[in-house]
Design a protein around this ligand. Structure first.
Ligand code: HEM
Length: 502
């Protein structure tokens, strides 16, 4: 299929050059190939392309793909449309079959389902994540990882003047933590010898291929899958690695539970992880049809790994990147940390006082939202508040990255990193509605791990900012990767130094 792709790119090049001359950058809808040439030619700078395009088109643009493909997409950044689709008329906008098919590696997990199965996941996740016991468990696991994993590793890196990729380091940290939290199993990816981590790598690979599936016509990736070549071959391999890792974890958990039994109300927390909860429901046959057996458990775990690993590690990576460009913000965070001495014992009471650190994280999430876009498929014809008509053959795409960088939404200084934007005159955190600050999604599908994410990110960020200085490796290029998660393409290579107290 590579020659078809080359041909399409070549065709795109010619047509796009012409379309620029003709229409000032607004893609031309060509016969047969539709607007695909403009998309392919801009794919390497997709985020900038969407920002420029949607700025010109008053936040909404109807993209038509090639004839006989179902690439019919309405891209919108308009908060009133977001509110309508995500909340007001939620029932008409499931994720849809196409989304389910493109993210098929996720199976029937929470991120990838609609209807009853999704409601079941949501109920379970609510019960799990909203429980006081879980909160203590999560805070404990996070501090354990920071004190026993992160600090010794960073000290080792400083002492040996090792250049480290902070993105890789944070991914290892969040992979360990999320595995501890959802399965109570620690893969110890965050170790001095940086062990190879096939499951974590496979997750990166799968995410990149899913992005590719979005930008090529469905028949192209399906044909590649059928031939088992190119990106689809890598996807299949990644899928097998993930299956093998997760099924082993399920087996180990079942064995552990058969020995110890499930003690839901006891003090012993070890069986109160998410996987144990699902297994108990499964064994007691409390679960609805379609939500039973190891395959369903595997889907559940994989979705939660994806939801909890990359989002948090990506935000931390971009935070430190932004801090490297804004030393004045580092000074302000340090000043705040001097006045609020955060420890594992006082964390619950004190962490809400870290207003400036929280604001810096929100500002990072605005500029670099880890889930860079969201897709919905209308069940019935509808008219969006912006006046655009949508129908069941279309997908609606929300580009979260572009939303955070629109002057009409965030003001003239929208591209500046300014945590003060999130602080009210009274010195409190400034709330922004979720359909404007869309990084955690909005409406009934709002992220369930938001509190957990802020807890983790604050503990990690406070520890690193307080104790270490950082110097970015000269000429290291930091750009977003093409993936469904906003990773840094080449990582974030830095030199770390201990902060010396006088
Ligand atoms: C900075 C960190 C995080 C960000 C920015 C974030 C963002 C999001 C977004 C945008 C969605 C919607 C995804 C979609 O529908 O396609 C989502 C869903 C979800 N997130 Fe998070 N997330 C974060 C951390 C976490 C963590 C740590 C967990 C814990 C396991 C978590 C659990 C979930 C779950 C279960 C869903 C599915 C909700 C549903 O579809 O009903 N998230 N998150």
């Amino acid at each position: 299929m590579w020659y078809l792709e080359i041909f399409l790119v070549f065709l795109s090049l010619i047509m796009f050059c012409r379309s620029i001359r003709e229409k000032n950058g607004i893609p031309t809808n060509w016969p047969i190939v539709g607007m695909l040439p403009a998309l392919l030619i801009n794919i390497h700078r997709i985020h900038a392309f969407v920002i420029e395009l949607l700025d010109k088109c008053h936040l909404t643009f109807h993209f038509k793909g090639p004839w006989f493909t179902n690439m019919d997409m309405l891209a919108t950044l308009d908060p009133i449309n977001v509110h309508h689709v995500m909340s007001k008329n939620f029932g008409n906008y499931p994720k849809g079959e196409k989304f389910h098919e493109m993210l098929d590696v996720l199976g029937d997990g929470v991120v990838n389902t609609d209807g009853l199965v999704w409601q079941y996941h949501r109920k379970m996740a609510h019960a799990f994540l909203g429980h006081q016991k879980f909160y203590h468990f999560m805070v404990k696991k996070t501090w354990d990882k920071v004190e026993n994993g992160l600090i010794p590793l960073l000290n080792h890196i400083c002492d040996h003047e090792i250049i480290v990729d902070l993105q890789d380091l944070f991914t290892r940290l969040t992979f360990d933590t999320i595995c501890c939290i959802i399965m109570n199993q620690d893969p110890k990816a965050l170790s001095i010898d940086f062990p190879s981590n096939p499951a974590s790598k496979a997750l990166d690979e799968a995410e990149a291929v899913i992005f590719h599936r979005y930008v090529v016509p469905t028949f192209v990736w399906k044909f590649q899958r059928w031939l088992n070549v190119g990106k689809e071959k890598k996807y299949k391999e990644a899928w097998e690695i993930l299956d093998s890792f997760i099924y082993k974890c399920i087996e180990a958990k079942r064995e552990e539970l058969s020995k110890e039994g499930i003690c839901q109300d006891g003090d012993e927390i070890s069986n109160n992880d998410l996987l144990s909860l699902y297994i108990e429901e499964d064994e007691n046959q409390k679960t609805p049809i379609g939500t039973r057996g190891d395959k369903f458990l595997r889907d559940t775990i994989l979705n939660n790994l994806l939801a909890g690993r990359d989002t948090t590690s990506t935000t931390l990576s971009w935070l430190f990147y932004l801090l490297s460009k804004n030393p004045n913000v580092v000074s302000k965070i340090r000043k705040e940390l001097d006045s609020v001495m955060l420890t594992r014992e006082n964390f619950k009471e004190e962490n809400s006082k870290l207003v400036y650190l929280h604001a810096s994280l929100c500002e990072t999430l605005r500029l670099y939202p880890p889930v860079a876009f969201e897709a919905k498929a209308p069940i019935e014809h509808d008219v969006l508040p912006s006046g655009h008509h949508v129908n069941p053959n279309m997908q609606i795409i929300f580009d979260t990255y572009a939303m955070g960088r629109m002057k009409s939404i965030w003001g003239e200084d929208c591209c500046e990193f300014r945590p003060e934007r999130w602080i009210s005159e009274q010195g409190k955190l400034q709330h922004e509605p979720s359909y404007k600050f869309f990084s955690f999604n909005a409406g009934p599908r709002t992220c369930l791990g938001k509190n957990m994410a802020f807890t983790q990110m604050k503990v990690v960020a406070a520890t690193v900012i307080r104790n270490y200085d950082m110097q970015v490796v000269e000429d290291h290029l930091v750009v977003p990767d093409l993936s469904i998660i906003l990773h840094m393409k080449y990582g974030f290579k830095v030199k770390m130094m201990r902060v010396h107290c006088d």
